[in-house]
Write a protein that binds this ligand. Structure first.
Ligand SMILES: [Zn+2]
Length: 125
């Protein structure tokens, strides 16, 4: 069980805008899994622009985040699907830090690019 204090701290450490850590687990030999969800309880339909807070279903997926020291960190995202009352169609909420169909967050991609750039410049010098 995670205490409220721990979760607040983890949310602060994770430092992803609009994201709340609601649970965490640690697996020996694997790493830490943070269960996260967007704080927003509503989202905007990409088809018509109408706001919806009617949850259609939740979809979970796991992505790898930056490691904390020697521990691998995974984010288990609880991504809400809303149903637009106008279009009568479900849509997934936008989570800015995860690009659609990517297995890692943007900031990890940026980190990789930076590392790559560093290596390249060293090679040139
Ligand atoms: Zn709509």
């Amino acid at each position: 069980m995670s205490t409220k204090k721990e979760l607040k701290l983890l949310t602060e450490l994770l430092n992803l805008e609009g994201v709340n850590v609601y649970s965490h687990r640690q697996y020996e030999g694997i790493g830490i899994i943070l269960q996260i969800e967007a704080i927003d309880r509503e989202s905007i339909c990409g088809r018509c622009g109408l706001k919806s807070n009617k949850i259609h279903q939740n979809r979970r997926h796991i992505i790898k985040d930056l490691s904390w020291g020697e521990k691998a960190v995974f984010l288990e995202i609880n991504r809400k699907q809303f149903k637009c009352e106008k279009c009568q169609k479900p849509f997934s909420e936008e989570m800015g830090f995860v690009k659609e169909r990517r297995t890692y967050p943007k900031r990890l991609a940026n980190d990789r690019e930076k590392n790559q750039a560093g290596k390249n410049s060293k090679r040139k010098a």
